[in-house]
Write a protein that binds this ligand. Structure first.
Ligand SMILES: [Zn+2]
Length: 144
C-alpha cells in the first residue's frame, strides 16, 4: 500500500504524482517557511507538469481544511479521553497550538493529496497516447 505506485507513497513522500520519483515540492522540509507549499515547475525525472490548469491548486484549500478539521477533532478527543480533567479553554489552546505547529505539514500534504486525486501514476516513460502538451520538454520545443 505504501510502495511506489500507490498514491499514499506519493503523498507521504511528497513525490511527483506521475512517476513517484521526482520531487513535488521545492523544499523537502515543510518548516522551510520561505518555500512552504511551493511546487517545482515540473518533475525533474519524467518532465511532466504538476498542474492541469491555472488555479488548479485552489482546490487544495478544501483538502487542507479537511485535514485541519481531522487533526483538531483528534487532539480534542485525545485530550477529552486521556486527560478528562482539562478545561475547555486548555483543550481549545491545544487545538489552536496544533493548528499553528502542523499547518506547514498539512499545507504540503494537502497539495500532494489534491494532485494525487486528479493525476494517476504513469511511471517515468511516456505512456502510449499520452498528450504531449503534458510534457514540459515538448512545450519548450514548441516555444523555441
Ligand atoms: Zn515525475
Amino acid at each position: 500500500m505504501l510502495n511506489k505506485g500507490s498514491k499514499a507513497y506519493s503523498v507521504l513522500h511528497r513525490k511527483c504524482p506521475h512517476c513517484h520519483e521526482g520531487e513535488f515540492l521545492v523544499s523537502r522540509n515543510p518548516y522551510d517557511l520561505a518555500n512552504t507549499g511551493d511546487l517545482m515547475p515540473g518533475c525533474s525525472v519524467c518532465h511532466r507538469k504538476f498542474s492541469t490548469e491555472p488555479g488548479f491548486y485552489y482546490g487544495g484549500m478544501y483538502v487542507s481544511y479537511a485535514l485541519a478539521l481531522v487533526q483538531s477533532v483528534s487532539i480534542y478527543v485525545v485530550l477529552l479521553v486521556l486527560f478528562p480533567e482539562t478545561t475547555q479553554t486548555t483543550r481549545l489552546l491545544w487545538v489552536l497550538g496544533g493548528l499553528v505547529v502542523f499547518s506547514p505539514v498539512l499545507y504540503a500534504w494537502s497539495k500532494a493529496l489534491w494532485a494525487n486525486m486528479f493525476i494517476s501514476y504513469k511511471g517515468v516513460a511516456p505512456v502510449v497516447g499520452e498528450d504531449p502538451k503534458w510534457r514540459m520538454k515538448e512545450q519548450a520545443k514548441k516555444l523555441a
